[in-house]
Design a protein. Sequence first.
Length: 174
Amino acid sequence: MSFLQSAVELTAFGFGEHVRVGEEDHVKAAVEAEGRLDMWRIAMKPGKPLAYGQVRRTDGSGASFIGLPGNPVSSFVCMMLFVRPFVLRSQGVRNVMPKGFSIRADFEWPKPDARQEYLRVRLNSSGGLDLFANQSSSVLTSTVWGDGLVDNPPRQAIKRGDTVRFLPFSELAR
């Protein structure tokens, strides 16, 4: 029995470090051979690609599949925003959405992306938020340094003093 066939006997399962876009993506073909993908890409940064679908179990029923992106921060953010709520909801928890807070940005973000962005930040001693200097999705130390994420809408520049939506890691992990 293959790993994929063994995994589908679970209620839900996922892969990290393997979901990619392009020729090196082998997970997409494997999942589609055993079921279907309902979602393959998501317009957020970090976090692309994120896969969701169903794979057939040996008894004919389906198991949910969640495929995480390969970069560590992308996987971390998708785990907090999608996988955690999915697992909690499947366990019967009703309120799975993290509480956000309006807090002052003590940084500039002059060149926003066309996608929804989740910026790693931390609370400073003056009650505002500082931005981790390197927002690359490969820099996992930003999650250790930070206290949470700024939920920044597409194409939204941030000026020092603007109020932003802050999602603390304590809310994302509760």
